[in-house]
Design a protein around this ligand. Sequence first.
Ligand code: NAP
Length: 327
Amino acid sequence: MKAIIAEKTGGPEVLEFKPDHPVPTPKEGQLLVKNNISGVNYIDTYFRTGLYQSPKPEILGREGAGTVAAIGPGPNPFNFKVGDRVAWLTTGGYAEYTAVPADRTVRIPDGINDEDVIASFLSGMTVLSFSRETYPVQKGDWVLLHAAAGGAGFLMTQLLKTVGAKVIGTAGGPEKVALVESLGADVVIDYRSEEGKDWVKIVKEVTGGQGVDVVYDSVGKDTWEGSLEAVKRKGTIVWFGNASGPVPPIALPKLSPKCVKIARPTLFGYIETREELEYYVNELFSLLKSGQLKVKIHKVYPLEQVAQAHRDLEGRKTTGKLLLKHE
Ligand SMILES: NC(=O)c1ccc[n+]([C@@H]2O[C@H](COP(=O)([O-])OP(=O)(O)OC[C@H]3O[C@@H](n4cnc5c(N)ncnc54)[C@H](OP(=O)(O)O)[C@@H]3O)[C@@H](O)[C@H]2O)c1
């Protein structure tokens, strides 16, 4: 099969195309999925660079959609059948075939295509769980969301508006700003512009000097201090990514003056059980079906061009989601 192997950690150049990699054999509890679409997520770059540890050589890619090609031996508690159209979350997506745990795999209902599922699967469940469980966003809350035009941000902006929050989005450049505005964000700041560089001041002005109820910060190194300033007394900061580098260790007394709560969640911690996974999948599929959640696909890349997809994502050149298409 065609696959992309990261032989070692490093830049996008470590992602090597192999035209004849062996197709995996599904073990007990696994399915072999012939992927149609795989997602490219920022987390893939962390495993590629070694910011997050994983054994190498490795096939990256945390999600995919396609059809069940074979079922591993032993019990089949979810009654999967060869030919079922499914989506999965684990690892190994940069390949034509992936052996995936059956309990991390769900059937895709009719009426939703594979592209739309993967444009919102990992990213959509992330923002759903973080806005419901990490900090349950309420109508009228002021929310500051960084990188609001990105894969996760594009979906989060819509969800926040659906619950009636007042959204301040940040985004780099006028095109990204216009995109976030089109989703109904109340205030959008171009934090790379001269005026927007002082985004903390703007947030304070907009919120009558108080600051926001919650900050969703996936940018990390470049924004964490500003996020701490922009949050209100008794507010919450959800740090959930490292797009500019990780947030350094924080001295806890920094939280005292405003009684700030901080969280550092991961999606996988909210969907560990089958029930939790199905809950968020069902929520997501019904939002997609009803049209309440729209997806945006930046580009569909052929598998061979995944290194370019990483360059585009890390180069801040993308909005919405990056997908890989298998033939
Ligand atoms: N904890 C979890 O479980 C979880 C799950 C999903 C995603 N995440 C995190 O959520 C974030 C978004 O993921 P995504 O896949 O949807 O990516 P993305 O938001 O589409 O891309 C990252 C965006 O971050 C912004 N950014 C700011 N500073 C940057 C820098 N120095 N280098 C590169 N980008 C920079 C850029 O937007 P601007 O140009 O607008 O600044 C860029 O487009 C990532 O940090 C990811 O790790 C976490």
